[in-house]
Design a protein around this ligand. Structure first.
Ligand code: SAH
Length: 252
């Protein structure tokens, strides 16, 4: 059996209970070495084989999985954060489907959640933004034109930008061209939840300068929006006058 597992954003204890159990049972672990915390691998059982997928191509990964499956090994494919976000997991699942190899899928805590915790922030504040745009600047992997940062910026919603810390000049330009004001709050969260996590607050107009000054080029998220400011309305959920299916408010 093959298990795709989200390893969480960094801290070794932010893998799920189910994910850790699968790691402990695995005969073979293929982990994304660029961002998975190696401390998690200390849970691997004696004699297990561990591969770093950062040094492998898709064929090599599938080869390890298919040979292991033939020997009825228990295999964990460990991805950073949650595999559903920039995880390149679909192409692996499709290949396993073609080969008739069974797999399951255990989610993980994505780094955008880790970044919110690092920022002590809520992305969805009433009267500020009720939507989170997760995106990236086009790099070697293109982004469809209709999904440009510029076009998303027009919404003024909360935005979390992955894979773009080395392109903050372009990101800043696009954010402003799309409609965020220069003084919209922003933050760079480097290695959220890792022991060497860094949170650097700035504004859209100083995003590029801040990234350069702090030497951040990768392993970071760019968070943008007024959720980082101080103005918002209280929720209806805990408003004492508001009645819900669970609680009688003073409005009745
Ligand atoms: N599946 C992962 C994302 C993989 S793409 C997830 O759910 O988080 C890799 C990019 O994710 C990095 O370039 C960086 O932008 C971001 N990233 C991953 N872990 C991070 C962390 N702990 N702190 C900040 N950014 C992180």
């Amino acid at each position: 059996m093959v298990h795709f597992v989200g390893a969480g954003p960094g801290a070794e204890d932010l893998i799920t209970v189910r994910g850790l159990k699968l790691v402990k049972n695995a005969d073979i672990i293929i982990y994304a070495g660029s961002l998975v915390n190696k401390e998690i691998l200390n849970n691997a059982k004696e004699g297990s084989s561990v591969y770093d997928s950062a040094k492998m191509n898709l064929d090599e990964v599938i080869d390890v999985i298919s040979k292991g499956s033939l020997q009825c090994k228990d295999i964990v494919r460990l991805h950073t954060g949650d595999p559903c976000i920039y995880g390149a997991i679909r192409e692996q699942m499709d290949r396993l489907d073609e080969l008739g190899i069974e797999y399951d899928y255990t989610p993980g805590v994505s780094s955008f959640c880790g970044a919110a915790a690092a920022l002590r922030a809520e992305y969805t504040l009433p009267s500020v933004s009720q939507s989170i745009i997760i995106t990236r600047q086009a790099g070697r992997t293109p982004v469809p034109d209709r999904e440009s940062i510029r076009s998303f910026a027009a919404h003024g919603a909360t935005m979390v930008i992955f894979l773009s810390a080395g392109m903050t000049d372009k990101v800043q330009e696009e954010l402003i061209a799309g409609g965020y004001s220069e003084n919209t709050p922003a933050a760079i969260v480097y290695k959220a939840t890792w022991p060497d996590e860094k949170v650097i607050r700035c504004s859209v107009g100083t995003l590029n300068k801040t990234a350069i000054e702090n030497g951040v080029k990768n392993l970071a998220l760019l968070c943008v929006g007024d959720f980082l400011g101080n103005d918002y309305e209280l929720s209806k959920l805990y408003d004492k006058s508001f009645t819900t299916g669970f609680r009688q408010g003073t409005d009745i």
